[in-house]
Design a protein around this ligand. Structure first.
Ligand code: GDP
Length: 688
């Protein structure tokens, strides 16, 4: 493929509800543009875009995929994104790498939650968008009803470019409002003709609306429109283009991807109306910018996705915002502060790749064998400090304990997970000291199940997921003084240690303090650290339920020793005995972790979500409105949040999202303490 000027490139991401036909639409666009020799289907696994084995198994897109092709002298970079919330990270990356979105809406069900969410995000990101009503051949398709639901949900700025002629099996063509003509589908092409009389009135009305919307894009066109009552075809297209670019106007097209009807018109719409990288504002970031898409400008490339492929290794998806890099050229990874050599560069259609000589401003390409790159890194030239604003990936929302099925494969699991985490910024993995568990976190159960499957297929290690233990803690609320004596006489040398210990609470967050208040050498100095050591070693096992004891002070104030039988070991045992006995007498209690949770939901769900927060023993701390949504700030016990990602999704039909972070510890209610203690006892029994 040759190099294209930024104004000749269109970077388009397909978004919408799962099942609306995004992948099929992408396949049909590729086929119509003659980039593939046959139409790929999701159903028989001939799709060139859903090519991963995981996607064949699920019949759904799990990762973004890229298809680059030429149409009417322009280069179209199409990014297909998953609709399912568990793969939100891939969707966000695809949307950020593109300059505009194609929101796919199903002709038989109208605007689905997925399309609505994509829409809201597009608005928040200020991304220009077009809307495609797909599946016009489906039995219950109703193009005008779909348009109505689009205008209800997305507003009046959604402007029909076409009027569908017929619905379902009788979808036979479209009236092209822009050019005042009818296009009747025939053998994959379309015959042009006059607008049929039954559509004439609607067409005239729609044409006037189109012209008015186009005129509103600039003062100049608006004046012309008022003075002369109409715009030329060229002005009309320019006005539509500018309106779309400004995010004021959203053209709507109708098609059947499966039957390949109306597809050329969508392609024409992409090329004629959607913005190019040259139209978009310069890319912003830290330490420089903004940079416009200029092939001769300073180099600024973003890594927006990393994927692994068998026999190839890591594949890096790059978006060039400014400058040009040649295959084999040197770049500088600004985030890692390291030089990086770019080897071969490829243009991709799914997993089929063709080498390209360079990657120029505004364009996308795929690279392999990069040394240091992580997702979101910026490549510049040596000395460059500009870091492109990072793609705001959603943070993990659920945690699971992960362990290997076979013993001894922990290292293999660790290596595999480290790799998966480097590829996917919405996945994370850490070892939880307090509960001694390996924790895998992600966006939802399906997301984590896919990670498990990948560990099996790529790293040959089988792991299981289970609910993680909550990192409860123990503390004391009262004071106690105890006397503990460790004495053993077995044959030769015996063991003897005798201590008096006082225990009392410390303010929250103070941990542990040991005070040596021994006077007159009743316990020799060399044994005193052993007492402290005994306590410190016993602390992690708590006093009542096996959780770490925190925020207390122990004072060693008296004791005695034996000249022959006393030893450090004996005093260590006495120290731990005294601590345990004292802690049990000092009103021990269990603490539970609380999370700071921020939930963002549409207004309609306020009642349900607030009620649910209190059911989870949470407290609402504050509320605010944000861009038409409600934001709720709450503190909720971690124990009640384990399934929140899935529960919030079903409560809000996928419209809600949330962020969480650790807040503080608080006393666990009495009745729940009893349960936790009983569980700990049962576990201890099993361990015996
Ligand atoms: P995605 O999840 O949005 O990518 O949707 P897919 O492209 O995977 O399509 C989901 C299902 O809808 C598949 O079985 C497709 O064959 C079917 N489909 C997609 N487009 C059309 C269409 O235009 N007409 C009909 N009848 N079915 C379609």
């Amino acid at each position: 493929m040759k190099t294209y000027a930024p104004s000749d490139i269109r970077n388009v991401a397909l978004v919408g509800h799962g099942g609306a036909g995004k992948t099929t639409l992408a396949e049909s666009l590729l086929f119509r543009a003659k980039a593939t020799s046959r139409m790929g289907h999701v159903s028989d696994q001939s799709s060139v875009l859903d090519y991963l084995p995981e996607e064949h198994k699920r019949g759904a897109t799990v990762g973004l995929s890229l298809a680059q092709f030429e149409y009417r002298g322009k280069k179209v970079n199409l990014i297909d994104t998953p609709g399912f919330a568990d793969f939100e990270g891939e969707k966000v990356a695809g949307m950020y790498a593109a300059d505009c979105l194609l929101v796919v809406v199903s002709a038989d069900s109208g605007v689905g939650v997925g399309a609505e969410l994509a829409w809201r995000r597009a608005r928040a990101m200020k991304r220009p968008a077009a809307i495609v009503v797909n599946g016009m051949d489906k039995e219950h398709a109703d193009g005008m009803a779909a348009l109505k639901s689009i205008r209800e949900k997305f507003g009046k700025k959604a402007t029909a470019m076409q009027i569908p002629m017929g619905n379902g099996p009788s979808f036979k063509g479209v009236v092209d409002i822009l050019r005042d003509q009818a296009l009747t589908f025939k053998d994959g092409e379309s015959d042009k003709g006059p607008v049929p009389p039954e559509h004439a009135e609607a067409e005239a009305e729609a044409h006037a609306a189109l012209m008015e919307n186009a005129a509103e894009s600039s003062e100049e066109l608006l004046n012309k429109f008022f003075e002369e009552g109409e715009l030329s075809q060229e002005e009309l297209i320019r006005g539509l283009h500018d309106g779309i670019l400004q995010g004021d106007l959203f053209p709507v097209f109708f098609c059947s991807a499966l039957e390949l009807h109306g597809i050329s018109q969508v392609l024409d719409g992409i090329v004629d109306l959607l913005p190019s990288p040259a139209d978009r504002p310069g890319i912003t970031g830290e330490g420089g910018g903004p940079l416009k898409a200029d092939p001769n400008g300073p180099l600024a490339i973003q890594v927006f996705k990393i994927a692994a492929e068998t026999h190839v290794g890591d594949i890096f998806y790059l978006r060039n915002f400014s400058g040009t890099v040649k295959a084999g050229g040197e770049v500088y990874n600004v985030h890692r502060d390291e030089p990086e050599k770019v080897g071969q560069l490829f243009s991709a259609i799914g997993k089929a790749r063709t080498e390209v000589p360079e990657l120029s401003a505004g364009d996308l390409a795929v690279a392999v064998k990069l040394r240091s790159a992580h997702t979101n890194d910026t490549f510049g030239t040596k000395g460059s400090t500009f870091k492109i604003r990072p793609i705001p990936f959603p943070s993990p929302a659920i945690d699971f304990m992960v362990h290997t099925k076979k013993q001894g494969e922990e290292d293999k699991m660790g290596t595999g997970l480290a790799r998966l985490v480097a590829e996917d910024p919405t996945l994370s993995f850490h070892y939880e000291e307090e509960t001694h568990e390996s924790i895998l976190s992600g966006l939802g159960e399906t997301h984590l199940e896919l990670a498990v499957q990948r560990l099996h297929e790529r790293f040959h290690v089988d792991v299981e997921l289970a609910s993680p233990r909550i990192a409860f803690r123990e503390t004391i609320r009262g004071k106690a003084e105890v006397h503990a004596r460790h004495k053993k006489q077995t044959g030769g040398r015996g063991q003897f240690a005798d201590v008096h210990l006082r225990i009392e609470p410390l303010p929250e967050g103070q941990g542990f303090e040991f005070v040596d208040a021994i006077v007159g050498g009743v316990i020799p100095g060399r044994f005193i650290p052993a007492v402290e050591k005994g306590i410190r070693e016993a602390m992690p096992r708590g006093a009542i339920a096996g959780y770490s004891m925190v925020d207390f002070k122990c004072t060693l104030f008296d004791g005695s020793f034996h000249a022959v039988d006393s030893s450090e070991a004996a005093f260590k045992i006495a120290g731990s005995m005294a601590y345990r006995q004292a802690a049990r007498e000092a009103k021990p209690t269990i603490l539970e972790p609380y999370l700071d949770v921020t939930v963002v939901i549409p207004q309609d769900y306020m009642g349900d979500v607030m009620g649910d927060v209190s059911q989870r023993r949470g407290r609402v701390q504050g509320m605010e409105a944000d861009a038409g949504d409600q934001v709720i700030h709450a503190q909720i016990p971690a124990a009640e949040m384990q399934r929140y990602a899935m529960d919030l999704r079903s409560m809000t039909q996928g419209r809600g999202r949330f962020e969480r972070k650790f807040s503080h510890y608080e006393e666990l209610p009495r009745e729940l303490q009893e349960k936790v203690i009983a569980e700990a006892k049962a576990e201890e029994e099993v361990a015996k």
